[in-house]
Write a protein that binds this ligand. Structure first.
Ligand SMILES: C[S@@+](CC[C@H](N)C(=O)[O-])C[C@H]1O[C@@H](n2cnc3c(N)ncnc32)[C@H](O)[C@@H]1O
Length: 309
């Protein structure tokens, strides 16, 4: 895949990032029933418990928990094929192995989705580019099993790994160096502690080919779900005082983490491993029919490129 767009700013920095200084790993003791020091594996296990809690009595999670993220065809439009960009309706229909042809190897786009869950981002992206092949990773075996049970699952286009991507070298031996055109991460980095984010950023850099891109979307600081005035939307116990009072990390009731980012925090995390690019704030109006409210949501969206040298 050719990545033609030139990143706007943000020079690579090798210095220890501001982000490192501001975010700390969260002691495990902050969690109910927890005993000892921080462990990102325990954070990953919280997600498996989350999917099991939402499963319908078997190994298959309730796929309706997260909604399909169709907006990604616009947000990550550079991953869509020319036809999909021209005719945005044409790739909405669900695909099945029987409706798909073989990938045109000349046009193949190799994508890796971090924290894929049950595929709410993966499948809309696959529909947007019939020559896309996705490696989907998640720490939850139940989420991966659910993704694979989709009628759209086609092993020619989608491979999966159960991986705790917060660990150093988490995908070594599974995903080759410089083999990926684009890494996507949708509400994934917010699930990580500071050290987990650093490790994941290093892995993103390792697996991206030169000129490969990281595209992300995640929770933004100041979003309505991160606002004290609307406390009923606050996602869980605020965890601060560990290193900095500006920390915006929450532990939901089920033990999963949610970090609300300033764009600069993510800029630091990725430029410090040598990627070039930046995040911006995007807004989105959402109608929550259950609560009878219209919410103006704020997200961070970012694009980072691995330089050629
Ligand atoms: C908020 S969900 C988003 C799921 C999906 N990206 C989507 O768009 O619906 C966060 C996902 O990240 C996964 N995750 C959290 N920590 C992880 C880790 N350390 N390694 C791999 N996956 C992780 C969770 O299991 C979960 O599926």
């Amino acid at each position: 895949m050719r990545v033609a767009r030139v990143p706007l700013s943000a020079l690579a920095s090798t210095s220890r990032s501001r982000f490192d200084r501001r975010r700390a790993d969260v002691p495990l003791a902050l969690r109910a029933g927890a005993q000892s020091d921080a462990s990102t594996s325990d954070d990953a296990r919280a997600w498996e418990r989350f999917y099991l809690a939402h499963s319908r009595g078997g190994s298959k999670a309730d796929v309706s928990f997260f909604k399909d993220r169709h907006y990604l065809r616009r947000a990550f439009s550079e991953l869509a094929d020319a036809d999909a960009r021209q005719h945005p309706e044409a790739f909405r229909a669900a695909l099945t192995p029987s409706t798909l042809g073989a990938i045109d190897e000349e046009k193949r786009v190799e994508v890796l989705e971090l924290g894929c869950g049950v595929g709410n981002s993966v499948y809309p992206l696959l529909r947007a580019n019939l020559n896309m092949r996705v490696t989907a990773v998640d720490c939850s075996p139940t989420a991966i099993a659910t993704l694979e049970k989709s009628p759209e699952y086609d092993p020619r286009r989608l491979r999966t790994h159960v991986v705790d991507a917060s660990q150093a070298g988490s995908m070594v031996g599974r995903v080759d160096d410089a083999s990926i055109d684009a890494v996507t991460a949708v509400f994934f980095f917010s699930a990580l502690t500071a050290s987990g984010l650093r490790n994941a950023a290093e892995e993103v850099r390792r697996i991206l080919r030169p000129n490969g891109i990281l595209l992300l979307r995640d929770y933004a600081r100041g979003d309505v779900k991160n606002s004290d005035e609307t406390s009923r939307f606050v996602p869980g116990e605020r965890i601060d005082g560990v290193e900095s009072s500006s920390e915006q990390m929450y532990r939901r009731g089920d033990g999963t983490l949610a970090v609300f980012f300033d764009p600069e925090e993510l800029n630091d995390a990725f430029t410090s491993v040598g990627l070039i690019g930046e995040c911006e704030i995007v807004t989105h109006t959402v109608t929550n029919r259950k609560l009878g409210v219209v919410l103006e949501r704020k997200f961070v969206q970012g694009r980072f490129v691995k330089p050629t040298a």
